[in-house]
Design a protein. Structure first.
Length: 241
């Protein structure tokens, strides 16, 4: 069940591919998840009426809230983990980060990705949302298993104690371990996670306008920001000639 080296190395591109495949399912299922949810919650409502549009805006607004929650969680985690480690090609298991959100959940970065997928998936089709939620969860689970295997080898008893205290994925309301005293670096974290904030803004724009074009433009910008951030952080880790 562990992810391969290829899956870890190219995790950003594979996550993008899963999102693209989910939205591509509109070819087979042309009813959006947001509209399906509207019909489920209010069978008499119609997107063509004013009240139906307002309800639909609330649904997509909720999706944007999930994405922003994922952005906040990832930014908080990156402030302690460092952007070059978050976007690195190689798994860094030499040190154990157990501060900030890592006192509540062992995988706040991947939880942020899951929240993003659940939120953005509301703009996909019904089949697209199901595919995205399931495929992202399974992929993240494989990545987690690979990382945990490496950490068990390098950290030994200290990581075993951490595993016993802190939940794997769903966070605890209260911290499970004492603070380690690490200082967060918020500026580099926000720059690193700017892409997911842009995705949240894209869905919020769609919630307000119910127009796909401006939201799609913002999503493309978010993709470009993420790709540039990854290339920049990885370039900084390359040894100079």
């Amino acid at each position: 069940m562990r992810a391969t080296t290829f899956e870890f190395r190219y995790r950003f591109w594979l996550i993008v591919l899963l999102h693209g495949a989910a939205f591509g399912l509109y070819y087979f299922d042309q009813v959006s998840c947001g509209v399906a949810l509207l019909r489920l919650l209010a069978p008499s409502a119609s997107p063509s009426t004013l009240s139906g549009r307002h309800s639909l805006q609330l649904i997509y607004g909720f999706g944007a809230t999930l994405v922003f929650a994922g952005a906040l969680l990832r930014t908080w985690a990156t402030a302690y983990m460092r952007a070059d480690v978050v976007h690195g090609l190689k798994l860094q298991a030499q040190t154990l980060v157990a501060d900030g959100p890592y006192r509540h959940t062992r995988n706040p970065l991947y939880l942020g990705v899951m929240l993003m997928a659940l939120g953005l998936g509301l703009m996909a089709s019904r089949a697209g949302w199901v595919f995205l939620a399931a495929s992202i969860y399974l992929y993240l689970f494989r990545l987690i298993r690979r990382e945990e295997a490496e950490l068990r080898q390098t950290q030994g008893a200290s990581y075993a104690a951490y595993v016993r205290a802190v939940p794997l994925f769903l966070p605890s309301l209260l911290p499970r371990i004492p603070a380690g005293g690490a200082r967060p670096r918020w500026a580099q974290a926000f720059v690193s996670e700017l892409f997911i904030w842009t995705y949240g803004l894209a869905e919020l724009t769609y919630a307000v306008t119910l127009q796909a074009k401006p939201a799609l433009m913002l999503a493309v910008i978010g993709f470009a920001i993420n790709a540039q951030a990854i290339f920049a952080t990885r370039a900084r880790r390359q040894p100079s000639a």
